[in-house]
Design a protein around this ligand. Structure first.
Ligand SMILES: *Cc1c(COP(=O)(O)O)cnc(C)c1O
Length: 354
């Protein structure tokens, strides 16, 4: 850091994105991207939009917001579009956390929550997951502060039932609860159905995973209209043109192609079931994941060693050094061929250890 860097960032530890290596053609199972290309409609719509790049993008993303809202069955004034869901999450940290309303989130969850708290100089509290990595909402109910929960959680993939979320939201109407549904399309139940009933709930979603658009950077938040107005106040005070025109158009194309989206989600869910069965027969233990990844460990090989051996053989998975989860690897569900290659490779690694 230079000597000019503000002291307020002295303790900042930036988020570390998963590796995106350029030097070799890896099978990439490390950042929960989709193995499938975006819908051809998304590509076509984006190409058309590129011809008008001389104009600023629509800060309200009017058409995209309308199509997302009608897809979800909510009013368009309950939706805010953002540059990835990371951005709407950051807006929520800025808008609803403070000295007396710290951010509250699980000790094992999306790594960015801590970074958002730190960059905004906000106090935060991490609540340990249970021994089986599940979330007990009772641990949050009597806390004062703004709660952030990824559902399904990452990197565990474990889903919290909607009834638990409702109990948490209902328990204290004076406290905001943010449910991060980045992975909900792979077998979760969305809390968006509760939006009309509770004023203190925010649900965030992304086009990055289930809609194969990680590189486009598109996400959104759903909440009642007063909350959306708060989040927009922050958006218009930082970057009104946060979603570029090509991305907004691509988003519309993606939403218009419901069949392609559903088909791809189903393929991932089927490949997940197949991979789980294969890993189990090789002696792996794993959480009950409802996401597009598996969180698995094996008694015969450490998490780090398996990660390194897979990397040597051209397969990237995600390993975290954090004490509680260091024996695990998070493995993104890819295409069937990628999963078959993964299983074959793990078999030979385990074989060599004998
Ligand atoms: C991937 C992910 C996000 C955000 O992704 P964007 O690409 O910024 O939309 C948010 N939360 C969790 C838990 C994620 O895994």
């Amino acid at each position: 850091m230079s000597k000019y860097f503000s002291k307020k960032f002295e303790n900042l530890t930036p988020y570390v994105p998963g590796e995106q290596p350029k030097e070799r053609n890896y099978i990439k199972l490390n950042t929960n991207e989709s193995p499938f290309p975006p819908s051809p409609y998304a590509v076509e719509f984006a190409q058309r939009a590129l011809k008008n790049l001389q104009l600023y993008s629509d800060p309200e993303c009017t058409f995209l917001t309308q199509s997302v809202a009608s897809d979800l069955g909510v009013n368009a004034d309950k939706v805010i579009m953002t540059n990835g869901s990371d951005e709407v999450l950051n807006f929520a940290f800025m808008a609803y956390c403070d000295k007396d309303t710290p951010a509250i989130f699980p000790d094992i969850s999306y790594g960015f929550y801590k970074v958002f708290a730190e960059i905004n100089n906000l106090p935060y509290e991490e609540i340990p997951l249970k021994a089986d990595f599940s979330i007990d909402v009772d641990d949050y109910i009597n806390k004062n502060g703004t709660v952030f929960i990824a559902n399904p959680n990452a990197p565990t993939g474990i889903l919290l039932p909607l009834s638990d979320i409702e109990r948490l939201v209902k328990s204290n109407p004076d406290r905001i609860v943010v449910i991060d549904e980045a992975y909900v399309d792979f077998g979760g139940q969305s809390a968006i159905t509760l939006i009309d009933k509770y004023q203190n709930l925010i649900v965030t979603r992304t086009f990055s995973k289930s809609r194969s658009m990680a590189g486009a950077r598109l996400g959104f938040g759903v909440a009642n209209r007063e909350i959306i107005a708060d989040l927009k106040a922050i958006k218009y005070s930082t970057n009104p043109y946060n979603v570029n025109s090509a991305t907004a158009a691509a988003g519309e194309g993606s939403v218009a192609d419901e069949d392609y989206f559903k088909e791809n989600c189903k393929k991932i869910i089927d490949n997940r079931a197949w991979t789980e069965k294969e890993l189990k027969s090789l002696g792996f233990e794993m959480t009950n994941s409802k996401a597009n990844f598996i969180f698995a460990k094996h008694d015969g090989i450490s998490g780090k060693e398996l990660y390194l051996k897979l990397k040597e053989r051209g397969i990237l998975v995600r390993h975290f050094d954090k004490e509680r989860i260091k024996e695990y690897n998070r493995i993104t569900i890819g295409s069937k061929i990628e999963m078959e290659t993964l299983i074959k490779t793990i078999k030979s690694i385990l074989e060599e250890l004998k």
